[in-house]
Design a protein around this ligand. Structure first.
Ligand SMILES: [Zn+2]
Length: 149
C-alpha cells in the first residue's frame, strides 16, 4: 500500500477492523514520513474452476453456457434478457459456493433447474443432452416427472 503523501511503498498496519460486508479497513502509518492513512479492501467473489467429466479443469465460460442455453431456447418465447439473467444467476450461485473448484455437473444442475422455471420445452431439450436421455422411454419418464411436478 503506497503512502498517499510521499508515495513510499512500505507502511505499518496500526489497526484492522472488519465491516459486516466482509470489507477490511486498515489504519496504516508510512514507514518513511510517518503520516497515517487508511486503506479499505473489499473481497471480490471468485468463480470456481470447473472440473470436467474427464478430470481436466477450465475457467467458467459464460459465453459458452449462454450458447448452450440459447440453442435449447430456439424458437421458444424466452428473451435474450432471460437467458442472460439465467447465466448471471448460475455464475453468482457458483460464486456463493465459495469453493476453488466445482464439478461441471454443478453447473449443469444449476442451469437445468433455472431452465425448468423459464420454459419447459427448452428444459426438455437441454435435458436430452445433459441428462443423456438416450431413448424415448427415458424422455417419457422425465416428461412425466415434469407433468407431475
Ligand atoms: Zn509517507
Amino acid at each position: 500500500m503506497r503512502c498517499p503523501y510521499c508515495q513510499h511503498s512500505d507502511s505499518k498496519v496500526i489497526d484492522t477492523t472488519h465491516d459486516s460486508h466482509g470489507g477490511i479497513r486498515r489504519r496504516r502509518e508510512c514507514k518513511r514520513c510517518k503520516a497515517r492513512f487508511s486503506s479499505f479492501e473489499r473481497p471480490i467473489l471468485a468463480t470456481p474452476l470447473i472440473v470436467k467429466q474427464n478430470g481436466t479443469r477450465e475457467e467458467f465460460n459464460p459465453e459458452k453456457l449462454e450458447r448452450g442455453i440459447r440453442i435449447a431456447c430456439a424458437k421458444r418465447p424466452v428473451s435474450a434478457e432471460d437467458i442472460e439473467r439465467l447465466v448471471g444467476q448460475v455464475e453468482s450461485d457458483l460464486q456463493k459456493l465459495g469453493k476453488a473448484e466445482v464439478s461441471s455437473r454443478v453447473v449443469g444442475d444449476l442451469t437445468i433447474n433455472g431452465l425448468k422455471e423459464l420454459d419447459q420445452i427448452a428444459y426438455i431439450r437441454y435435458a436430452i443432452v445433459y441428462l443423456r436421455l438416450h431413448d424415448l422411454h427415458a424422455l417419457q419418464n422425465e416428461i412425466n416427472r415434469l407433468l407431475e411436478g
